[in-house]
Design a protein around this ligand. Structure first.
Ligand code: ADP
Length: 353
């Protein structure tokens, strides 16, 4: 068990900086997800922690050990990759036991430990199978078992579920979370998928261009995004962002459309953020400038695309509240009370709300 710390960590390839001034503290036993668009430096950060990539400057500690310049094998970590590369000629039991065999643990003892771990991963009946006779999800669990068996102090995951189909990804994600909770091993997980980050993490670190854009619990990041980048990266469908002017309880777009909002008395030019769940259309007189462009039914809810004088907005509406709302109809729009996000139009930083 161990706390992981990055202090002023930088990584550059030649003159190109890919990770800048990374300061992080990941508490013992926590599950941290590094998330961000492709190329933002997530994998490089994880690989520096693993020792697979050198650090240009700064330090990384695990527990009270400075591991910055240690070899990967001396860091007491285990890593699960997207390509889990099981040994095809070995059985499930032998694959899981492999790291122990490599440290000369007697075969019988290694296989017994492997069987216990396989049991906890729901693989007990598959011990004698070869990888080619397993589903993708089962193979990934074997890879996790192989990583767990050494009882590392830190567990690293680099997009481990991205080769699985959607259903299996959700199932395996749940299993992974249960395993992590049970073992209490400090875990760091990299993904570009914000939904995966939201569901898995105790602590979510959103990265952009090699820097931390925001860190906090998924709920903090979702409910108070620090800037327009985080606001639109986290949440699906993504947050509506509108440039306009606030005055006297109305937000007026450049095309003249006025949206009534409760923005705590804020005034002046601002970028207004409204999550689709917080934008509430209701059937209106035909002269309203807001129209329903498209409705996509998702069962209990529908995604409603609105055209407001040439500006497109997205609303998510409970099916029961779609009365009178059909494609082509005019609507009035309201924003749920307390649900406005206000950002500086120039810097994109959150100003209030
Ligand atoms: P992510 O995991 O967020 O997709 P990476 O950490 O893999 O991003 O990469 C961050 C940036 O570093 C990218 O712009 C990538 O092109 C660059 N990069 C990665 N490896 C090298 C390398 N060996 N040489 C030069 N640039 C690299």
């Amino acid at each position: 068990m161990a706390t992981v710390r990055f202090s002023g960590v930088n990584k550059a390839y030649g003159t190109t900086s890919v990770v800048s001034d990374l300061d992080l503290e990941l508490p013992d036993g926590s599950f941290t997800v590094l998330v961000g668009p492709s190329g933002c430096g997530k994998s490089t950060s994880l690989r520096m922690l693993a020792g697979l990539e050198t650090v240009t400057s700064g330090t990384i500690t695990i527990g009270d050990r400075d591991v910055t310049h240690l070899q990967p094998r001396d860091r007491d970590i285990a890593m699960v990759f997207q390509n889990y590369a099981l040994y095809p000629h070995l059985t499930v039991a032998e694959n899981i036991a492999f790291p122990l065999r490599a440290t000369k643990t007697p075969r019988r003892e290694a296989l017994a430990r492997a069987a216990t771990i396989a049991e906890s991963l729901g693989l007990a009946k598959l011990l004698a199978r070869k990888p080619k006779d397993l589903s993708g999800g089962q193979q990934q669990r074997v890879a996790i078992g192989r990583a767990i068996i050494r009882e590392p102090s830190v567990f690293l995951f680099d997009e481990p579920l991205s080769n699985l189909d959607a259903k299996l990804r959700v199932e395996t994600r749940t299993e992974l979370l249960q395993i992590q909770r049970r073992l209490g091993i400090t875990s760091v997980y990299v993904t570009h998928d914000q939904e995966e980050a939201m569901t898995l993490s105790d602590r979510m670190i959103v990265m952009r261009d090699g820097r931390i854009a925001q860190q906090g619990t998924p709920q903090e990041v979702y409910s108070r995004p620090a800037d327009t980048f985080v606001a639109t990266f986290v949440g699906s469908p993504k947050m509506n962002l509108l440039e306009g002017v606030l005055s006297a309880g109305n937000f007026t777009l450049s095309n003249g459309f006025a949206l009534p909002v409760d923005a705590d008395g804020a005034q002046g030019p601002v970028t207004l953020g409204v999550r689709p769940d917080d934008l509430l259309p209701t059937a209106a007189a035909a002269d309203s400038a807001a129209r329903v462009a498209l409705i996509e039914h998702l069962g209990p809810r529908a995604i409603v695309t609105l055209d407001v004088g040439g500006t497109e907005l997205t609303s998510v509406v409970e099916t029961a509240r779609l009365t009178g709302i059909t494609e082509g109809t005019a609507v009035d729009l309201a924003v749920r009370a307390g649900a406005c996000h206000l950002f500086d139009t120039v810097t994109g930083r959150r100003v209030a709300g």
